[in-house]
Design a protein around this ligand. Sequence first.
Ligand SMILES: Cc1cc2nc3c(=O)[nH]c(=O)nc-3n(C[C@H](O)[C@H](O)[C@H](O)COP(=O)(O)OP(=O)(O)OC[C@H]3O[C@@H](n4cnc5c(N)ncnc54)[C@H](O)[C@@H]3O)c2cc1C
Length: 247
Amino acid sequence: MAGTALRRRLTWQIAKVTAVAVETASVRTITLDVPDWPGHRSGQHVDIRLTDEDGYVAERSYSIASAPGEPVAITVERLDDGEVSPYLTDELRAGDDLVLRGPIGGYFVWEPDDGGPLLLLAGGSGVVPLRSILRHRERTRSNVPVRLLYSSRTLDDVIYRSELDQPAAGVEVVYTLTRHQPPGWTGYTRRVDAALLAEVAWPTGVIPLAYACGPTSFVEAVSQALVHSGYPPERVKTERFGTTGGT
Ligand SMILES: Cc1cc2nc3c(=O)[nH]c(=O)nc-3n(C[C@H](O)[C@H](O)[C@H](O)COP(=O)(O)OP(=O)(O)OC[C@H]3O[C@@H](n4cnc5c(N)ncnc54)[C@H](O)[C@@H]3O)c2cc1C
């Protein structure tokens, strides 16, 4: 049985795009119908494979944005000079096919039984798997307290803003806008560092379960800051997107 499930996850299959939604100027959420989907956990990802007319193949990973039980969705940020993301954000339409495999990953996942409180730390599109966790928490009626600290360049770059601006009970969302702030902005304006984490996280004595996700430099900085400030490394889960980013 386990062998069959593993084979399914690692086998490439063809999914159908059912919707493409605009999140920001450079970010799209792509909802998929995956015929042979074994179900996923919050925090997992899929691999996407594109093949051009000459047979050149490019593969990239994308976190699953939806909660377990919801249709599979990914949220992709376009890197203008990238190979794969401009196709996914600019060219892909509802009705198109997309080759993928998954769900993949068993470490950067959260289940209600893992408890909390949860400190979610997002840099740019690193918010994607954390959004799956937030939705999973809500759908399972978990009352684990959550703080999401989300670093974006500008307010217009905040992904899922309408959702995050109306958080579920017990969820606090804190933005930091590192490049440009709208007039009257009273929130944070600096990059995430140990001092900012100390201000946002719970008082001394409460060690939440932390999930940090985003560009590699962001994840390295915040996870090191947490460990230096006394978080046991096993309470700090990280997912590096590999991309460089200015969050
Ligand atoms: C587990 C995981 C989950 C992820 N989830 C998401 C997600 O939810 N959403 C999301 O948007 N992304 C996600 N990513 C990142 C994603 O996989 C891609 O890396 C991203 O979309 C860029 O791919 P690309 O083909 O467009 O760019 P690439 O062609 O891979 O280029 C990326 C950047 O690297 C530069 N570059 C490329 N080659 C070189 C080189 N030889 N030397 C120097 N610079 C170079 C490019 O100029 C570009 O700026 C995730 C990554 C991982 C590992």
